[in-house]
Design a protein around this ligand. Sequence first.
Ligand SMILES: Cc1cc2nc3c(=O)[nH]c(=O)nc-3n(C[C@H](O)[C@H](O)[C@H](O)COP(=O)(O)O)c2cc1C
Length: 174
Amino acid sequence: MTATPPDFDADFFRSALGRFATGVTIITAETCDDRRPVGLTISSFNSVSLQPPMVLWSLSNTASSLRHFLQAERYVIHVLAATQLHLAKRFAHGPQAARFAGLALQRAPGGTLMLDDPECAAWFECCNLTQHEAGDHLIFIGQVERCQRNFNQPLVYHAGDFDLTPSTEPLSND
Ligand SMILES: Cc1cc2nc3c(=O)[nH]c(=O)nc-3n(C[C@H](O)[C@H](O)[C@H](O)COP(=O)(O)O)c2cc1C
């Protein structure tokens, strides 16, 4: 099947996608060669399968952490709570060392490096099952080996911003 070319530009597409509210996650792993922590903020997380338990997320082809996530045997997906906005911002840019500076880390039961932060609304330790090329992103499918959750209010991302405050005015970049 061949798709017809879009009749909209990238900015309009981004704005339309922004109408879909998501949660926010931080995904962590370790570099294979020297075991340095890598992590980034990701909102493209979603469920795939209940049995076996599988999830997905997509990573830009231009992300500097791409090769590390391609090589990682496992990663941990942390679902952020509303109180963790500062972490969502911190893990969206800058050097990897600065993202982890001063943060407590621990090992998930399967050995994967993860944040030691009880505020996370949930976490999923995943086997790095497959990756699929899709346009300018790579879709990662993870098979969940262990997970945990609490009932903290989740952090929400919508229209390029971090809350769902009703607004009649478009947000910047919306
Ligand atoms: C709320 C939010 C959601 C994001 N979701 C994604 C995503 O789903 N996929 C992605 O590739 N980048 C996403 N990003 C951007 C990445 O976090 C950012 O490009 C990344 O940290 C760059 O790191 P790196 O180049 O060192 O790998 C998101 C950023 C924010 C603030």
